[in-house]
Design a protein around this ligand. Structure first.
Ligand code: PEP
Ligand code: MN
Length: 348
């Protein structure tokens, strides 16, 4: 349930509403806004009676039930997009944000070179896994803390923000000390212990869609993080598993548009994991801009043929720079569309 207070409601009026809600057995989850306070309520009780009682209070503008099972991340709860300010960028605002870099942090030279290349081409965040989820236990597992330190060095040298994966709830604090955005990999989308810990974390979270997860399940996982206290969640479509074998995964591009209808959270596309083929990355990146994604997560390796993971889907420096250049006119159109979406209609 959400309760929208009348403009400039006093603290005492908000406290009265809280008391009324608790009398009905519900719990106040969040209180947002300054001029107009919006109260989020969860729990089990007699909804109809509670709504009627709240609407009878003069300080309450509107009280409504949220029908989606994901409450706080739904568009019903917040009609305007969530804007996440991180490392000088705003994700979900009027900037199309590109995060790029190698699949894994492999060495100092490799990550510093990658950082320079992606920064020069216009990316705002450097990606690179220090903890790697690999299908085989015999494959490269990542440089772990050493990799985090190298990412930190790359940030200091280039000014890029850092996004890197955290695989376990035990490592959340450690990774949050180095990263600006914590990436939750597809294989961990339903690691509920991890999601709860991320709720208590101070960093924005980029939540990737699970290999066989529905859009609704992705939203329920995001709800875990938000319900546990962290409202800064970015969703990422990275392809799902289907019967198709031409691509590594099937890019569910429609999910980006569907998510934009269902949630106020920013949505980005990872065209690298979605296809597994570098030749398909630029066309899908264009599709992401056209469909209204908020940004991209792209793999770029200075020498893809030597990559320790995901070389086949990594762009080389030239291809990455070309893709960024080719995206420019599309991003101009994206900005016009974004401005007209967010413009407040003139009063008549
Ligand atoms: C990655 O970004 O390198 C990665 C492992 O992605 P995903 O979790 O989507 O497979
Ligand atoms: Mn990868």
């Amino acid at each position: 349930m959400i309760i929208s207070m009348r403009l400039h409601a006093s603290k005492e009026e908000v406290a009265n509403v809280r008391a009324r809600v608790e009398e009905f057995g519900y719990k106040v989850h969040s209180i947002d806004g300054e001029e107009r306070v919006v109260i989020g309520v969860v729990g089990v009780g007699d909804v109809t009676a509670c709504l009627e009682s709240l609407e009878a209070m003069p300080c309450v503008e509107k009280a409504m039930r949220i029908s989606a099972p994901y409450k706080f991340v739904s568009r019903e709860f917040r009609p305007s997009k969530t804007e996440i300010e991180v490392h000088g960028s705003v994700i979900g605002g009027d900037e199309f944000v590109v995060m790029a870099g190698p699949c894994s942090v492999e060495s100092e030279q490799q990550i510093l070179e990658s950082a320079e290349i992606v920064a020069r081409a216009g990316a705002k965040f450097l990606r690179g896994g220090a903890f790697k989820p690999r299908t085989s236990p015999y494959d490269f597992q990542g440089l772990e803390i050493e990799g985090l330190k190298l990412l930190d060095k790359a940030r200091r040298l280039t000014g890029l923000g850092i996004i890197t994966e955290v695989m376990s709830d035990r490592d959340v604090e450690l990774v949050a000390d180095y990263a600006d955005i914590l990436q939750i990999g597809a294989r961990n989308m339903q690691n509920f212990a991890l999601l709860k810990t991320l709720g208590r974390c101070r960093r924005p979270v980029l939540l990737k869609r699970g290999l066989s997860s529905t859009v609704k399940e992705l939203l329920m996982s995001a709800e875990y993080v938000v319900a546990h206290g962290n409202p800064n969640v970015i969703l990422c479509e990275r392809g799902i598993r289907t019967f198709e074998t031409v691509t590594r995964n099937t890019c569910d591009i429609a999910a980006v548009a569907a998510l934009n209808e269902l949630t106020h959270l920013p949505v980005i596309l990872d065209p690298s994991h979605a296809t597994g083929k570098r030749s398909l990355v630029p066309p899908l990146a264009r599709a992401a801009v056209a469909i209204g994604a908020d940004g991209l997560l792209v793999e770029m390796h200075p020498h893809p043929e030597k990559a320790m993971s995901d070389g086949a889907q990594s762009l080389d420096p030239k291809q990455f720079a070309q893709m960024m250049k080719d995206l420019e006119p599309y991003i101009q159109l994206w900005k016009h569309a974004r401005m007209s979406e967010t413009a407040t209609p003139a009063a008549v």
